[in-house]
Design a protein around this ligand. Structure first.
Ligand code: FEO
Length: 395
């Protein structure tokens, strides 16, 4: 892609990864972008790089604007290799001695990824770097979402380079929020649910801090997807709302099934929930990707999980999802378990244990049906649905 000027003498130099469909276990049906930026000031500064495979494309984009050897500073806001993977090629091309600014943890983590002894310049929050006409200010954002993560703010343009925060896995020719409208919000929500949900308390603290500082932000440039220039407050407010995890009158019934018995139970529970005005949906674990399911979990008040018992345990896809969800620590959920079994029937007990460890409020001992649910079995599922509906907040 050709560079795009996003503010006077500040350029987007990203690359578009149209074909990626699996980003370390996260489904990316629309691909993604890796955004890099160049500030052409008295000191020419490159902010973040791109995934290793796209290093030549990035160097070609830089070369359209300046001789890469003229770059004075490189800033690495985040070590993860979708943003640092091109550093070896880029540093080699522009000069191995070029000062490389990063957080203290960035220095440590980059050194663990790359053997080169680059000219690291670790910075702390509130440290500044003059580029000539502009001044950059650094803000460490530890654990948003790695220990090394930081933001870089351009004071004069009120422009925030936010690393992964506020990003979206979305590949397109559009570069700005005003070019895509609200269609981008589901991508931003999915990104939040899968990458940042675990750090919700830190996000709320960070937004409070930025508000207290009175930091004006006219543009947010994340490292993935589109740039927020029309209304940056829209994505900030969405992050606050998603971080608060206020439960909606919504239930996600997540299940897998062997011979359709647990599926029939899931459908009866969903039907009862729907009858009570709950936004409810079944999500079959081999039909829906875990990263889409967790996106639905984000604002649901109830997470109901069903598994048949197989080999005295959980169906493997259910174990996979429970592990994934536990790591992301969703809050303010009620939970219940259900499942069909043949002879031993441990699945419900195992789901309950996982939900308790995830700090869900388990509102029912769980529902087990042997082999195939008969009319009475379906009725008990229906009753479980009604019980969940009663436990959810009214809106
Ligand atoms: Fe886009 Fe944490 O890397």
């Amino acid at each position: 892609m050709k560079p795009i000027e996003i503010a006077k003498d500040i350029y987007w130099l990203g690359v578009i990864d149209w074909n990626i469909r699996d980003f370390h276990g996260y489904s990316t049906y629309q691909g993604t972008t890796y955004n890099s930026f160049l500030i052409v000031d008295e000191k020419i500064t490159l902010i973040d790089t791109v995934k290793k495979e796209f290093a030549d494309e990035l160097i070609a984009s830089i070369s359209e604007l300046v001789d890469p050897k003229k770059i004075d500073y490189v800033i690495s806001n985040h070590t993860e290799m979708d943003h640092s993977g091109s550093l070896p090629r880029v540093m080699h091309r522009i000069g191995e001695d070029t000062p490389l600014y990063c957080s203290k943890m960035g220095h440590k983590n980059l050194s663990k990824h790359f053997s080169q002894k680059w000219n690291y310049q670790p910075v702390k929050s509130d440290e500044e770097l003059s580029l000539g006409k502009r001044t950059l200010s650094f803000m460490e954002t530890r654990m948003l979402h790695w220990p090394d993560s930081m933001f870089t703010y351009v004071k004069e343009e009120k422009l925030l380079f936010s690393s992964d925060a506020f990003g979206q896995h979305y590949a397109g020719l559009e570069r700005f929020d005003d070019e895509v409208g609200d269609t981008i919000m589901p991508y931003a929500k999915k990104y939040f649910a899968n990458i940042l949900l675990l750090y919700s308390p830190l996000i709320l603290k960070l937004v409070d801090k930025v508000t207290e500082m009175g930091l004006a932000i006219d543009m947010i440039c994340p490292d993935h997807g589109i740039i927020w220039r029309k209304d940056p407050s829209k994505i900030i407010n969405a992050y606050v709302k998603w971080s608060q995890q206020k439960p909606k009158r919504k239930a996600v019934v997540i299940y897998d099934t062997m011979w359709h018995s647990t599926e029939a139970m899931a459908q009866a529970i969903v039907e009862a929930l729907g009858q009570e005005g709950v936004d409810a949906r079944p999500m079959h674990l081999r039909s829906c990707h875990r990263s889409d399911i967790i996106t639905e979990v984000l604002d649901a008040g109830a997470v109901i999980i069903g598994s048949p018992t197989i080999n005295n345990g959980l169906f493997p896809t259910v174990s996979d999802f429970l592990t994934y969800m536990k790591g992301l620590k969703p809050k303010n959920k009620i939970g219940a378990a259900f499942g069909s079994y043949g002879w031993s029937g441990e699945a419900v007990k195992l789901i309950n244990r996982e939900m308790e460890e995830t700090k869900f409020q388990v509102i029912d001992p769980g529902l087990r049906v042997q082999y195939v649910p008969d009319d009475n079995g379906i009725k008990t599922c229906y009753e479980l649905g009604l019980k969940i509906a009663r436990a959810l907040p009214s809106e």
